[in-house]
Design a protein around this ligand. Structure first.
Ligand code: C2E
Ligand code: MG
Ligand code: MG
Length: 291
């Protein structure tokens, strides 16, 4: 038992980046058990069709209309209930399931976007989130390419989002991957910008199209002087790099008004809509609630 507990503590220490010291505790054991339970259920989730995608609109600052949509993964499990992606995605990465789940997300999102176009709605860009594991796959561009041709979605209507940390996990491989993805004609966006570790050297060399300013900077606008400064600095950087800019986590009319003065291209957040299922999103396409 002592050795088993020591092993548990060692695993945690390794997760923290190895060079750390962790003491075993009851709480630690509970965390391990909870994670094991999630991992167990996650393995069968795909076959049981427990995943669905929710969609959140991305709105143009100029026209106030829907120009894009972000697909966000939702998981309902009979035993565990609803779990947030922040909870189960790291576990899916750990047990090597994320690429299978990611392929499903990619396929569904492409199909759904094509379906909206076939129903006669104006073309919008569908964004999906990538895990570092997908970006690390040597054949990922081929996967995207076949999803596009299977769904007959034009590449200009697909966008791939990844975070700074995802990119910097293996910066050299990311460069190769992004070049291949860029050649397909899909759009590439840096998600949660400002919260991770970036290399300015790589940032300027990557074939990015868009930068999404993390919601934590938007949260205290327009009252926080420091967040105004940071947001403006990010905008200046993005403009110099000729990137489009989306503000994430826009929740209030005041934030919205402030953003309009900043020359940001697009906004996303609860102020417009929470992520919703495909059926509700279709209704939003027919009649946006904020117009
Ligand atoms: P993200 O890509 O940055 O997605 C935005 C998150 O912010 C979503 O959380 C969304 O529901 C939330 N959000 C949107 N507007 C607002 C707002 O006004 N206020 C606040 N407080 N939050 C807002 P969600 O759906 O829980 O997803 C969390 C993260 O999980 C995502 O962050 C993304 O990194 C990851 N994720 C979601 N779906 C997938 C997926 O299919 N694959 C991968 N690899 N990751 C995913
Ligand atoms: Mg995202
Ligand atoms: Mg984000």
């Amino acid at each position: 038992e002592l050795i088993r507990h020591a092993d548990t503590a060692m695993c945690f220490a390794k997760e923290r980046g190895r060079n750390s010291l962790i003491f075993f505790s009851k709480e630690l054991q509970e965390q391990v058990n909870a994670k094991k339970k999630i991992a167990e259920q996650l393995r069968g989730a795909m076959e049981k069709e427990e995943f669905i995608l929710h969609y959140q609109p991305i709105i143009s600052t100029r026209g106030n209309e829907i120009i894009g949509v972000e697909a966000l993964l939702r998981w309902h499990n009979d035993l565990l209930g609803d779990l947030a992606p922040d909870v189960f995605i790291p576990i899916a990465e750990e047990i090597g399931l994320i690429t299978k789940i990611g392929d499903w997300v990619l396929t569904q999102a492409c199909k759904q976007n094509k379906a909206w176009q076939q129903q006669g709605y104006p073309g919008i860009v569908m964004s999906i989130n990538l895990s570092f594991m997908e970006l690390g796959l040597t054949n990922y561009a081929a996967t995207v390419s076949s999803s596009l041709s299977d769904s007959q979605l034009d590449p200009q209507y697909l966008e791939l989002e990844f975070t700074e940390n995802t990119l910097m996990k293996d910066a050299k491989q990311s460069m190769v991957q992004l070049r291949q993805l860029n050649a397909l004609g899909v759009s590439l966006a840096l998600d949660d910008f400002g919260t991770g570790y970036s290399s300015m050297k790589y940032l300027s060399k990557l074939k990015l199209n868009k930068l999404k300013i993390d919601g934590s900077f938007i949260k205290n606008l327009p009252s926080s002087a420091i967040d105004i400064m940071t947001t403006r600095a990010i905008i200046a950087l993005a403009k110099q790099l000729k990137l489009q800019i989306t503000a994430e986590g826009v929740e209030t009319a005041a934030q919205c008004e402030f953003i309009e003065t900043c020359h940001i291209d697009a906004m996303q957040g609860y102020h417009f809509s929470r992520p919703i299922n495909a059926e509700k999103f279709t209704r939003l396409l027919q009649a946006p609630t904020w117009q």
